[in-house]
Write a protein that binds this ligand. Sequence first.
Ligand SMILES: C[S@@+](CC[C@H](N)C(=O)[O-])C[C@H]1O[C@@H](n2cnc3c(N)ncnc32)[C@H](O)[C@@H]1O
Length: 745
Amino acid sequence: LVRAAQTPPLRPVDVIDADPVALDDPEQKFLAAIVLALREQNTDNAIAHALAHLTAHPKNPALLNLIGALYLQKQDDRSAEKYLIQASRIAPQDPKIINNLACVALLRRSYKLAATQLAAWSRKHAPGFAEYYYNMALAAFEQDDHQAAETYIDLADGLEHLVDTAVLRVLNSYKQFGAEAAEAVATQMLERFPNAVILYFYRGGMRTMGQPSRTKILEAILDISHAIRLEPQNRYFALAYTFFVKNIGFEDYNADQAGILGQVITMPGVDLVMLANPWQTLFVKSPGWRDVFDQIETLDLEAANAAIYTLKADGHLTAPFVLNGLRTMPLRFAHCEKLLALFRQAYLNRTLAAPETIDDADRAFMAALGCLCHTNEYAFYVSADETSALEQTMAQFKSKPRDLTMLLVLNMYEPLTNLLNEAAIGDWRDQPLLTQAIRQQIDEPAQERALMPTIPTLTPINDDVSKMVEAMYMENPYPAWKSVNHSGNTDHLFLDPDRNRRIQVLIAGCGTGHHAISTALMYRNLQIMAIDLSKRSLAYAKRKTEEIGLSNIEYAQADILELGSLKQRFDVIESVGVLHHLADPLKGLDVLLGLLKSRGLFRLGLYSETARAAMVAARQAVADMGYASTPEGIRQFRHDVLNNPTTHPAAKIILSGDFYGISVCRDLVFHVQETRYSLPQISEILRTRGLAFRGFSLDHGPMEDFRKMYPGGQDDHNLDAWHKFEQNNPDTFANMYQFWAQKIT
Ligand SMILES: C[S@@+](CC[C@H](N)C(=O)[O-])C[C@H]1O[C@@H](n2cnc3c(N)ncnc32)[C@H](O)[C@@H]1O
């Protein structure tokens, strides 16, 4: 939010619209190049032009200030300060330079210092520009002096209407008077700036604060949809949309929302798992599909086959919204699974009995469904009829290895690695329907195999349970994730005043890297070490890390129990969903605590006995009924549960998203080792280890419910109060107890 004041003002119209190459005057050429770079939002380019110009004009304070301001935009406080200090030596009274130096302090979150710098100067001179008051307002806002902030906001507005000031007014009003008042202010500000997309974003945000009604959430979705329509490439908007819709089911099909959702799921930096629920609620109501889902309870193979023809004739089978979703989304609805498994079987039978009836539209659909089957690791049940049809198809494919239809059908049951040898893969590389499958099923696993030997081993694995757990996650790396939320910009983690020190983080039991990568994407000043038992999981993590372009995560194989030998100490240790898989979780906890610096932060994720009740029943059923912990055993278990959704002892787990894939289901109820906890136990564990509880990572909803029972915020860190709350709301920690603690010894 820091608002730098730039000089020279980049205004002259002839310069703004000029092509820098065509200009003769070096001064104009320079300005035009800068304007162009800024318009393209390429700050690095703008800085490069400005630095090149500086060699000819090393003592020009306006130019030095401009460079400082550009570095502020990049949040590079050190470089900004360097140039601004040079500028201020030459022109000590220049108000814009002083303003920008205060911005350096704002960026360092030294709000008092920033306010003092600005105030000292304004006692001598009347500030004549809005940025000055804006920054004063920001400093006051950040120090929770919201009345003063409002006064400065009014002063800034009196000089110039800036959109940033309008945004700050909305946020300040939220802090002072709550979300409803802030929403009204946002509406007012939108009258002043009808084209300021960012205000739709903030108004949407205000509408989802607290415990919003469904109507409010839908209004927020409309706001953010409007912003996305105006700026389709803006990742913040796509992310906000994702957070607004993630818990909402659409009651009816809405073409507009299908369009926006379809656009958002193609954006990089969006965690598609979060969109699975809204996508499926639209899918089951979408044109054509709604009629099929209306008969889902009684639908059989013949009716499914007929439905394919009808959907195809009306163009619904291959609607982009449908195909994009199947290609990218994990499936999480029992009804969708039933329908798509029947469609898969119908295509298998037709490939054998009437291959001439299968056309390009069918093949496009099968290719997309093949991707979905790969996403869930072929979790759909395969009946005896299908097995024999598959054997026949396989035999035919061997004699007709260029038959695309057969390959697509088989690929809905097995990965390409099982179907094609290396030479044959090359023959299919130019087939667009197989591009995604070849990337995900052939190329990416090959990259992971190549990466595995590059991962160092830090400790031996001696413990028997660790060995079993390693074997399990070598077979099924968890989770097989595809995407992670990130805005493309990283923030700075402020743990201590030295902003430029690298914060040392240990992710213990990092699995396939989703956790380590999302942490690295959040903060730019971290150095992360991520360890796990499973080299296959680590190789997956390393491939994704390289794909995203991160360089501050180091992966290594290690057993937490053996990590005591490590010399390094950490500011932050995170271990989520890991320690409860150790034979003695507290032994692991103590090893990790030995690696945490004094005052260091610990983030833990442990199973809740209360919230896991349904999973405990399911685990018992798995043990009693003797399901094997293999893909076949898991498929059989899932089939039995889905076919007996009211009577199977594990039936409740149909509601868990993790039921819908092989490795996630294995982790959910087939795990070789798990321990569960209650909050009084956790409280005792923390107390005896000199750890202070610092709060749960929880969604807004349960947090607000808790504050209804315990108003005022003073019980937010009181585990007795949380225990009582959990007894009344047993599903609160369905996603584990995830909390922060701090080492106070
Ligand atoms: C359920 S996964 C969670 C992965 C990751 N933390 C996440 O939340 O996505 C548990 C992971 O802990 C790892 N793990 C279990 N026991 C471990 C141990 N003793 N040392 C290191 N890693 C361990 C497993 O290999 C597995 O990858």
